[in-house]
Ligand binder design. Structure first.
Ligand SMILES: [Zn+2]
Length: 463
């Protein structure tokens, strides 16, 4: 795209402005891209981009996958730009490109790793052509932001550049079908002992064949619409997988990937199926860039799934786990609920998923409650569920509809007071589930839980 005077004003203004903000010790992570796009809407088309761009999109897991790709690349000496600081919408991507370019608008590095919000596709792909685009999956998400999974799939199909090579989840019949004309490779996980014949989730975002509206028959279901299926009328079905996990050994923490070159062994750095998918997506992308299985595995095994998503601490023998669950995102919540019920020992769960909070004053309705498998919390090992926050009555109703006994449930309006109601007798693990908007609250609640455990221990000693 031909540059004009506005481009240079936008670029220099963004660069000088960022320097000034930094001198004033002000947060400059959002400014450059926003400023540049306001001066020059075509800015991203005019700035020179790194030669190789790895982009990651999808409903769930894109941040984790981006982080893992970046960590492995950095560990192997690659130099690249990313949009880790800032955002995954067009202004965040513009910010990354500005920081990666000099005053003439020339790219300083050869590679970029970009997380791109699915809904931002029409604002990003006309200007940025990813060399590779990983799509982790597509599910229903916050209705307010994303409407429906098919709507998002359509946005992607209509906007992804034809030259982009896709790396897709072959176990997901929605995202595996995006941009059908593009060159593509699929990753997946073959049948597991825990797979089901029938879907036990409330929602499944694809139930009929998108080609002929025929019946979709599932060979097996992993969760929601993840699994392998085929249409009973036409040739539509799960694709042939190029990077397939054929064996997972949870005990010895190993997994085997079958590729065209043969079998490769990787260390398992997580025991949750969601993060195994994130690992497989990461490995598939890195292999496209020419990294060997050994290089990838040596770097991956040093990693931990990012702290802000999952962290645990043991205080006087009680585990306290902070786990991101993403309120308003029924699949993300259901996966975490399933993980908790299958975890060992007795648990108490504090739900900080209320969608009415200071950071986001607007709110959507509570339909996501009814798309989420709260039924998974109805388990003998879950002894107490605490739902604090302005929506506590809505959550209380939903938990009772899941036939959870009312005496197991504490619901209370004040967000902080929930922790006080925790009954620690016979509890091995306290799960605190939070949303991206409630990280601060989660840490405050965790501190209060730790204080309570310590006080209880002191009381024991005094008696
Ligand atoms: Zn069909």
């Amino acid at each position: 795209m031909k540059r004009n005077f506005r481009f240079y004003i936008a670029l220099w203004g963004a660069k000088i402005g960022t320097k000034l903000l930094k001198l004033l010790k002000r947060n400059a992570s959002f400014f450059p891209g926003k400023f540049a796009l306001s001066i020059c809407p075509d800015f991203m088309g005019m700035i020179e981009k790194p030669k190789t761009i790895i982009a990651v999109t999808g409903t769930n897991g894109k941040t984790t996958v981006c982080n893992m790709i970046e960590d492995v690349l950095a560990d192997n000496g690659y130099d690249f730009i990313d949009n880790k600081i800032g955002s995954n919408v067009n202004s965040g991507i513009a910010t990354a490109l500005i920081s990666g370019a000099n005053f003439k608008g020339k790219a300083k590095k050869n590679m970029a790793v970009l997380e791109i919000d699915e809904r931002s596709a029409p604002k990003v792909y006309p200007y940025v052509t990813p060399t590779y685009l990983v799509c982790t999956n597509l599910f229903r998400d916050s209705m307010l932001r994303n409407a429906h999974a098919e709507f998002i799939a359509n946005i992607l199909t209509n906007n992804i550049p034809k030259e982009t090579k896709l790396i897709l989840n072959g176990d997901d019949l929605i995202s595996s079908g995006i941009a059908p004309e593009n060159e593509r490779q699929y990753f997946g996980i073959s049948r597991l002992d825990t797979d089901l014949e029938e879907c036990n989730n409330i929602v499944r975002d694809i139930v009929v064949c998108p080609k002929c509206n025929g019946k979709l028959e599932y060979d097996y279901v992993r969760y929601n619409h993840i699994g392998r299926a085929h249409c009973v009328n036409c040739d539509f079905g799960s694709p042939k997988i190029d990077f397939e996990i054929t064996k997972i050994d949870f005990e010895n923490k190993k997994m085997v990937m079958q590729t065209q070159e043969g079998e490769e062994e990787y260390n398992l750095i997580t025991d949750g199926i969601i993060n195994i998918y994130n690992m497989v997506a990461t490995i598939s992308a890195l292999k496209q860039l020419g990294l060997t299985a050994q290089q990838i595995n040596n770097s991956l095994k040093k990693q931990k799934i990012v702290e802000t998503r999952y962290s645990e601490e043991v205080v006087n023998g009680i585990r306290i786990v902070n786990h991101l669950a993403k309120g308003m995102n029924p699949i993300a919540c259901s996966r975490v609920f399933d993980y908790i019920r299958k975890d060992k020992g007795n648990k108490a769960v504090i739900l900080l998923l209320d969608d009415l909070h200071d950071e986001m004053s607007s709110s959507e309705n509570i339909t996501w409650h009814y798309d989420t498998d709260f039924e998974f919390l109805n388990d003998d090992s879950i002894k107490q569920i605490i739902a604090p926050g302005p929506r506590h009555l809505d959550t209380f109703v939903r938990l009772q509809m899941a036939e959870i006994l009312p005496d197991k449930i504490v619901h209370i309006k004040d967000k902080m007071d929930g922790a006080e109601k925790l009954d620690l007798s016979s509890i091995d693990t306290v799960y605190i589930l939070y949303d991206v908007y409630t990280i601060k609250l989660c840490n405050m609640v965790k501190e209060r839980v730790i204080k309570m455990i310590k006080e209880k221990e002191e009381e024991k000693h005094e008696n």
